[in-house]
Design a binder for this molecule. Structure first.
Ligand code: NAP
Length: 274
């Protein structure tokens, strides 16, 4: 739903984990597209406040908001806060936990923690958004779940994380069915964007080119894709891969562990070609 404050048409979006990295790019993209942005943070208070201050200085409407989104009470309180004066039009479920484990040794508490933030929180925010009163045929409410190219390109590293994103990917269609017609649900599946876990800068630089286009994926493109989905009323129940084709380069392990072998193989293949 679009609402007006004075003569201005305002759409509101909540971005979870919005203070840094991809979340910050998503906040900025929505702000520049004219949305009022609620930038959720947990630990990254300084980054979230700095980001919001800088965007406000450029004339955009951005507000940082702290919340514990691991518990339903925290999610409900956050939704109540951001909808106090106007309805919310979109939630981008970006916050995520990425912890190394395997199918053989995963720790149950760590697995549950990742399922909580990566799966249950997104499902819950989408449902809370759908439950807001006032949906009409003209409404354009949406939830956008940030996934990972891994869901289309399986390898057993980061096992619990991958399980949580796989379930969320399937839930894009399921929730679209469950929450329509008042609400759309879409996914965005990025490839590698930032250094993560034990990765070194050098490893990241090489891994970021291990895709069909042989160049790093621009986080701004991922962010712009979220705005596109939020603003495109005909799309629901589907996921956009924004990964330079990384999901079409199958690997036996996470890219950070095999990038050297992959690039070596690629180089020898191209040097032996005519
Ligand atoms: N990085 C990549 O290369 C990559 C690749 C493919 C897909 N993705 C996906 O893209 C999204 C963003 O990636 P990213 O690397 O920018 O994310 P990130 O830095 O790993 O995490 C984003 C934010 O999530 C919040 N968060 C983590 N655990 C939380 C918890 N238990 N409760 C509340 N908030 C929590 C944190 O906010 P605070 O800092 O405020 O605590 C964190 O800054 C994620 O969904 C990720 O799975 C990333």
């Amino acid at each position: 739903m679009t609402h007006s404050i004075g003569s201005r048409q305002v759409r509101q979006v909540l971005v979870t984990g919005g203070g840094r990295r991809l979340g910050a790019a998503i906040c900025e993209a929505f702000a520049r597209a004219g949305w009022k942005v609620w930038c959720h943070y947990r630990a990254s208070k300084a980054q979230a406040l700095t980001l919001c201050e800088s965007l406000r200085a450029q004339g955009w409407d951005v507000q940082a908001v702290e919340a514990d989104i691991t518990q339903e009470a925290g999610r409900q309180a956050l939704m109540a806060q951001v909808t106090a004066n106007a309805p919310l039009d979109c939630v981008v479920n970006n916050a995520s936990a990425f912890e190394p484990d395997t199918g053989l040794d995963f720790d149950v508490d760590a697995a549950q923690r990742q399922l909580g933030v990566n799966l249950i929180a997104p499902l819950s925010f989408a449902r809370l958004l759908a439950q807001q009163p006032g949906a009409t045929e003209e409404s354009n409410r949406s939830a956008i779940h940030i996934l990972d190219q891994k869901v289309y390109n399986l390898n057993p590293d980061y096992f619990s994380y991958t399980v949580s994103k796989l379930a969320l990917e399937r839930a894009v269609a399921l929730q679209a069915q469950a929450l329509g017609p008042g609400m759309r649900v879409c996914g965005v599946a990025p490839g590698i964007l930032f250094e993560s876990g034990p990765q070194t800068g050098d490893n990241f630089l090489r891994a970021s080119r291990a895709n069909l286009l042989r160049r790093p994926i621009d986080p701004v493109d991922v962010a712009r894709s979220c705005v596109f989905l939020a603003e495109t009323r005909s799309i629901t129940g589907t996921t956009l891969c924004v990964d330079n084709g990384q999901h079409l380069v199958p690997l036996p392990r996470d890219i950070m562990f095999v990038v050297d072998e992959l690039l070596k193989a690629g180089n020898s293949a191209s040097s032996s070609s005519p």
